[in-house]
Ligand binder design. Structure first.
Ligand code: ZN
Length: 287
């Protein structure tokens, strides 16, 4: 199964259920898929949740001690295993670190996370907001509260849906683990490598060292990318320090150094264009 199939299935589910507002009602989605939700205080801090069959009923047991947004993600992650028919790679329980850490994730689990993110922050609801708001820490904080989804989830979805030159970078303990460019940024071939250290002098490096919650910095594109394209951009970064696993989020906005140079970037979203080819129709009307 590939990511496009996963996204198609998530969008079809949202469409069938008429999900048109946020926060998305995850319990309704779980119920519709045949699950009951049970919040339990009996789980250890390492367990996010698990599925159990009781008297013919499928129960998703969720750790009531986890943060509420984490609980919502756990529910959608378990629903994803069912909808995508992907066997769980985490045994009967998911540990919180397995859910949130990128260091040791199986492909099936990443696909279930993708499905969960698509459901918690639906494309058709986040895309209009990316036109309205800048890609900044305060905006991500607000949208996290509005969607009842983690800052990491909202920030990555914002970048994916944006028609501006944005890049989402997640690092753990100073090592870059996930990079999600907007389609226009990808078209510019401004590549950021995974598995390397955060650039010295980046805002993310700063919050990690100093323990501040948020920092920002203007820099050259070349500190982030060794691509040829990097020299053509300045980069504004806002970084957010997350509480656990030494995670940092970098919200990058690229600005062409010579705006008169007429950079040829496409503003069409390849994902928007790809899905109709697969399904024959757009799940959502174009704006
Ligand atoms: Zn899983």
């Amino acid at each position: 199964m590939n990511p496009v199939t996963v996204i198609s299935k998530a969008r079809a589910l949202l469409h069938d259920m008429g999900i048109d507002r946020y926060p998305v009602d995850v319990e309704a989605i779980a119920n519709q898929q045949g699950f009951q939700i049970k919040i339990s205080d009996q789980l250890t801090p390492k367990e996010a949740g698990y599925v159990v069959n009781v008297a013919g009923k499928q129960l998703i047991i969720v750790n009531g001690n986890d943060r509420p947004y984490r609980q919502r993600f756990t529910i959608m992650h378990e629903v994803a295993h069912e909808v995508l028919e992907l066997p769980s790679m985490h045994g009967s329980t998911i540990s919180s670190s397995q859910l949130e850490s990128y260091a040791t994730r199986a492909q099936e689990e990443i696909l279930c996370d993708l499905f969960a993110a698509e459901c918690l922050v639906p494309w058709h609801l986040i895309a209009p907001l990316t036109e309205e708001f800048p890609y900044e820490a305060a905006v991500i904080q607000q949208l996290s509260d509005d969607f009842e989804a983690s800052k990491s989830c909202v920030a990555s979805r914002f970048s994916q849906a944006s028609r501006e030159l944005h890049i989402f970078v997640l690092a753990e303990n100073g090592i870059i683990r996930n990079v999600i460019p907007s389609t226009p940024a990808r078209d510019q071939k401004f590549w950021i490598n995974i598995g390397i250290q955060l650039p010295t002098g980046s805002a993310a490096d700063n919050v990690l060292r100093n323990g501040n919650n948020v920092a920002s910095v203007d820099c050259d594109g070349t500190i982030w990318s060794a691509s040829q394209a990097a020299a053509r951009f300045a980069c504004y970064e806002e970084a957010i320090l997350l509480g656990q696993w030494g995670q940092t989020l970098s919200l990058l906005t690229l600005e062409a150094i010579d705006p008169g140079g007429q950079l040829p970037y496409s503003s069409t979203s390849s994902e928007d264009e790809l899905l109709p080819e697969l399904t024959g129709e757009l799940p959502w009307p174009k704006r």
